[in-house]
Design a protein around this ligand. Structure first.
Ligand code: OGA
Ligand code: ZN
Ligand code: ZN
Length: 441
């Protein structure tokens, strides 16, 4: 609703108020007040700083519901006043230590169409006085960072952006390699490891030894994610395998645990012992294959991103002494609301028999599936590596399909990988923390 207050909105040009600016026509000793419709009469276009984040002019919309900020570097940003009131950064409205909002707009009787009673430019940003006398100060940097936009922001807000994936082809790919000692002692190395993980989906850390490592090692990168298989599990041939991974046979391409809604984000496989022969690891970039599939046949891509596939696994894990019956339906290609692919779920072995699809689409789905498999296994896309004892392979489990060939290992203590998961949320959290701490912004 139109508020009486809108008529009293006044803008103070602080450049003119304080000093005669080079581009001002006249020195004005008293604060000048300009109306929302009238530009500063001196023609002043700039505030005190030449920083690109400086505001030049602020004004309100004719209905009094928006603040418009014209940036000295060019362009404008518009902020609904309710958004600014809701996000007041003062210590009454915002708990700085926890970064949590304390103002409660409903309980405080704040109207969605609120208009301020005063707006003025300050040396550092904008000061708004609300009808009840409450004052909010917003810095230019805050305003810049909070420019409203419909651009995708799912991967982080403000300055932080998760590094974009860089899909690769096997012929030109080699995984980034780091050393454990450097990782343990240097936060920049931890940052670089995660940065590379976002970009290529695979990182190798060497020098990890052949004994299980303590949790602190993993916590340099994120937090361990527990599952029915335990926080850590040993991939080695067992007498009665409860999972194909624990047999000596080849283990076909898959992403781990697609049957979890909370699909593990990052899989870490630490090689404690390797087989005399066999035990090669195969890695395929699901994002690259998805792009190729889309190019070849958009219909298949569409089906893959729309049709929920049931993934499942049930049994008993003797090591963790847990029974499990996991089941979850999600598409092979998961796209976000901006149409961007963010998660590939795929497992030859854990794909269930339920498909939420019309009968007439089933043939197309299988044509697409067979082509998907063919592409995943093609030399163009399948990268092969043989882990050495002491190597730790880190992969984005929501992107990279992996598998291994058969293990011809008859030794009592044969090939053994020690695996665990880190959740993406915690990897993101760790990366964001390092990003700000190491001033990567
Ligand atoms: C697994 C797995 C690969 C290997 O345990 O999920 O993929 O090389 N293992 O044994
Ligand atoms: Zn406040
Ligand atoms: Zn696996």
């Amino acid at each position: 609703m139109w508020k009486a207050a809108r008529n009293t909105v006044r803008l103070t040009c602080s450049a003119c108020r304080s000093v005669a600016h080079a581009s001002c026509q006249a020195r004005v000793s008293a604060p000048r007040v300009i109306s929302s419709a009238t530009p500063c009469p001196t023609g002043c276009r700039a505030l005190s700083s030449s920083s690109t984040s400086s505001t030049a002019v602020t004004s309100t919309s004719s209905d009094g519901r928006f603040l418009t900020v014209a940036w000295q570097a060019g362009g404008e940003s518009r902020y609904p006043f309710i958004y600014l009131r809701d996000n007041c950064t003062c210590s009454e409205c915002f708990h700085e230590l926890s970064s949590m909002r304390t103002v409660e707009i409903m309980a405080d009787g704040i109207d969605a169409d609120i208009s301020p009673s005063g707006v003025e430019s300050t040396a550092t940003g904008v000061r708004i006085t609300w009808p009840n006398g409450h004052v909010s100060d917003f810095t230019n940097a805050w305003l810049r960072e909070h420019t409203l936009s419909t651009q995708p922001k799912d991967h982080g807000l403000g300055r932080f952006q998760r590094p974009a994936a860089q899909p690769w082809l096997a012929s030109t790919f080699s995984p980034p390699v780091f050393g454990l000692d450097a990782m343990m002692s240097n936060e920049n190395v931890q940052y670089d490891i995660l940065d590379n993980l976002y970009k290529s989906g695979i990182v190798v850390v060497k020098g990890c030894g052949t004994e299980p490592m303590p949790n602190e090692v993993y916590e340099k990168l994120g937090m361990l994610q527990d599952t029915a298989f335990g926080l850590f599990w040993l991939v080695e041939a067992r007498a009665d395998p409860n999972n194909l991974a624990y047999s000596p046979k080849a283990f076909p391409l898959h992403t781990d645990l697609p049957y979890l809604k909370n699909t593990p984000g990052t899989l870490l496989l630490h090689c404690l012992r390797q087989a005399p022969t066999g035990g090669h690891t195969f890695l395929t970039d699901g994002f690259a294959v998805a792009a190729k599939l889309r190019e070849e046949n958009p219909l298949w891509y569409d089906l893959f991103s729309r049709v929920p596939v049931t993934w499942h696994q049930l049994g008993y894990d003797p090591t963790s002494d847990r029974h499990y019956h996991y089941e979850f339906a999600q598409p092979i290609l998961n796209v976000d609301r901006h149409g961007e692919l963010y998660k590939v779920c795929f497992s030859v072995a854990a794909r269930g028999s339920f498909l939420s699809i019309k009968e007439d689409d089933v043939h197309d789905f299988y044509h697409g599936y067979l082509r998907w498999m063919q592409l995943c296994k093609s030399p163009e896309h399948r990268y092969e590596v043989r882990l050495e004892p002491g190597d730790m392979l880190i992969i984005n489990d929501q992107r990279i399909a992996h598998g291994r060939d058969a293990i011809s290992d008859t030794r009592e203590k044969g090939r053994c990988l020690r695996g665990c998961y880190l959740s993406w949320d915690d990897v993101d959290s760790r990366f964001r923390h390092l990003y700000y701490k190491l001033k990567k912004a």
